[in-house]
Design a protein around this ligand. Sequence first.
Ligand code: SF4
Length: 102
Amino acid sequence: MKIGILVREETMMKCTGKGCLNALLQRKDAFARYSEGVELLAFTHTGGDLNHKIDRMLEAGIKSVHLSSCLRAKSPDYETLLERLSKHFTVVGYTHGSEVGK
Ligand code: SF4
């Protein structure tokens, strides 16, 4: 399964992505759903030219996109992003931590 992770732009100013990547590498939390091999082909923030990023992810064959847990917790655009990305990908609305947001 080819996947991408989109994270909150402001959080990327100080976060290394450890929580997201650790959950992926350990196949836990949002990534426990993958029983087959997983290829991470995009790890980027939602800022800049998101349409261009979506096109690149489609070209890469990405089928599933995770919105980061910090996007879910802090971004007012979270629901809009869910809808927008769902037109192209299977979207999982978090990365690490609980499946149910606060
Ligand atoms: S979800 Fe956690 S690890 Fe991933 S970018 Fe946001 S704060 Fe960093």
